[in-house]
Design a protein. Structure first.
Length: 300
């Protein structure tokens, strides 16, 4: 572990540092509470061994600052007191300390507490990874591995610059499922989802909107530029050559409708979604396998 020692007494620092290093841990040393706080922010140690009374931030203040700053990580805090009075111990625990040792420091006592610190911080690290995985899973479509509507809603709430929405629908997909079966339909959706994601920039977003519908968020794009992007995407899907005997083109294709959040049209996300959906309907009505802009008559 990486361990921060905070103590204004030089002899105490040396003894604590020797005990920490003898236990096989990396050591960072601070001579007062203020420098300890700065070193904590710079190095994010797994454990802190701090004296109770120090210049600047005292041990209690340092505990409180550490607890207030923590997010997914957890720092094990060991408070060092001069006499281990009940009052000091209770104040330390209430401030966020996990354990305490008394001066003069017993290296064996500190070693035992560092073993506990390693177990606790490892457990918290595992829990943080599990939480992160669950958070990602909750925002991911299980079939296509694209982001889902929950993640879309979160991302749309952060956009404040020009962008375009492109609503995409797989043409004649119901008949595809009827002819080839749902397993083939799932495989087709996976292939199309991969193509959509591969044809746009990393800064853009691709989401499964539901069923055979997808939504693309094209950041920093004007409507005409977005249309060029979506024409490329449409062509790439057609070039997959996924056979579909029930489609006039003989392969699976997509249609897309685009709405734009730009100067002169700062519409809310719900309105933009409706506009993109209406544009998609226009693309479908004008023959499918094409791209339509909101407010236009569709692709030629």
């Amino acid at each position: 572990m990486k361990i921060l020692i905070a103590d204004d007494d030089q002899i105490s620092r040396m003894i604590t540092k020797a005990a920490v290093e003898q236990s096989g841990h990396e050591c960072i040393v601070a001579v007062d509470g203020d420098s300890a706080w700065q070193l904590y922010k710079e190095h994010s140690p797994e454990a802190v061994v701090t004296d109770l009374m120090m210049p600047g931030l005292n041990g209690l203040d340092l505990c409180r600052a550490i607890r207030a700053a923590e997010e997914d990580s957890y720092t094990y805090v060991i408070l060092v007191t001069s006499h281990g009075s009940r009052k000091d111990v209770l104040a330390g625990m209430e401030a966020g300390a996990d354990d305490y040792v008394t001066k003069p420091l017993d290296p064996f006592s500190l070693h035992i507490r560092l073993l506990a610190a390693h177990r606790i911080t490892s457990l918290h690290a595992d829990l943080a990874r599990y939480r992160s995985a669950l958070t990602e899973q909750a925002r991911t479509d299980p079939l296509t591995k694209l982001h889902n509507r929950l993640k879309l809603a979160e991302d749309l709430g952060t956009l404040d610059r020009d962008y375009c929405l492109a609503m995409v629908d797989v043409d004649n997909f119901k008949s595809y499922n009827d002819i080839y079966g749902h397993q083939a339909g799932d495989a087709a959706l996976i292939a199309i989802a991969s193509t959509l994601a591969g044809e746009v920039r990393k800064s853009d977003g691709v989401y499964r909107f539901g069923g055979e519908e997808f939504l693309l968020v094209l950041r920093d794009q004007q409507a005409d530029d977005a249309r060029m992007v979506m024409e490329r995407v449409r062509s790439a899907v057609q070039d997959l050559r996924i056979e579909h005997s029930g489609d006039p083109d003989g392969v699976l294709t997509i249609s897309a409708g685009i709405s734009a959040f730009t100067d002169g049209h700062r519409a809310g996300t719900e309105q933009l979604l409706r506009e993109a959906d209406l544009a998609l309907y226009a693309a479908k009505a004008s023959g499918r396998n094409r791209v339509s802009l909101a407010g236009s008559r569709g692709s030629e």
